[in-house]
Write a protein that binds this ligand. Structure first.
Ligand code: PEP
Length: 249
């Protein structure tokens, strides 16, 4: 049975006061036992959020990390540093990191290796741009993203991986991939994992969909057989909309 997961990516939103107010609301909620729930605040709120949620079913996740263990990388944070404040899960390869911070395939492969080495769980994001889809190159693009940065890991490291298919054209745009488009791509991804690793690994890895998931479309998207939940941006910023999505399976 694959894990059903809803992870909120706050991006560069919510300062300390806003985070605290979200956490107060979150802790009043009842969580479905079968859903793994995660939130990814900014670096400055990570330790506070982790401490606040320590005895709570929601996991605190980092949005990024540097691939080096330490050194002269001003402004960056390593896997070890994340672990030292209680964070064991990290998002790697979000399309905004790829687009605005020039994170290429090799850098992402190094980040994957560094996170695995530190025994962290990775939420590995990937997905095609609008031009790729229009030119019917979306399957090739997705396959290459996975081959270049992820498929080199050893079989036993796959238990540390959660995938998030996020078509770039659907992120923050209000435009969602149709449930059928999401299912078609998730089935393709699973097939590629079976070829690169094994059928067992492909059957066990959770593949989330991300891109304008909202309370009014989550049930239909999560209802597809190869969609195991969502990575949620905008709708994860308020407790009400986030919880509606958490309860959409
Ligand atoms: C994201 O940032 O990963 C995301 C899916 O954002 P949104 O839900 O706002 O499209």
């Amino acid at each position: 049975m694959r894990k059903q997961i809803v992870a909120g990516n706050w991006k560069m939103n919510h300062d300390l006061a806003e985070t605290e107010s979200f956490l107060v609301g979150l802790k009043e909620q009842v969580f479905p036992e079968e859903v793994t729930v995660m939130i990814a605040p900014s670096f400055t709120q990570l330790h506070h959020t982790y401490k606040s949620l320590r005895d709570h079913p929601v996991t605190t996740v980092a949005q990024n990390m540097h691939q080096a263990a330490n050194g002269a990388f001003t402004g960056e944070v390593s896997a070890k540093m994340l672990k030292s404040v209680g964070i064991n899960t990290v998002i790697i390869g979000h399309s905004e990191r790829r687009a605005y911070f020039n994170e290429d395939h090799d850098t992402l492969a190094e980040k994957v290796n560094a996170a695995i080495e530190e025994d962290m769980t990775i939420i590995f994001c990937f997905g095609e741009e609008l031009n790729d889809r229009k030119s019917d190159a979306h399957f090739d693009v997705v396959k290459k993203q996975l081959e270049d940065s992820l498929f080199h890991i050893s079989d036993h490291s796959w238990k540390q991986v959660i995938l998030a298919y996020e078509p770039v054209w659907a992120i923050g745009t209000g435009e969602t991939a149709s449930p059928e488009q999401a299912q078609e791509m998730h089935a393709f991804i699973r097939k590629e994992i079976a070829a690169a690793a094994s059928q067992k690994i492909a059957d066990e890895v959770s593949i989330l969909y991300g891109g304008s998931v909202k309370p009014n479309n989550a049930t239909e998207i999560f209802g597809k057989k190869d969609v195991d939940g969502g990575l949620i941006g905008g709708a994860s910023l308020a407790v009400d909309s986030f919880m509606e999505i958490v309860n959409s399976f």
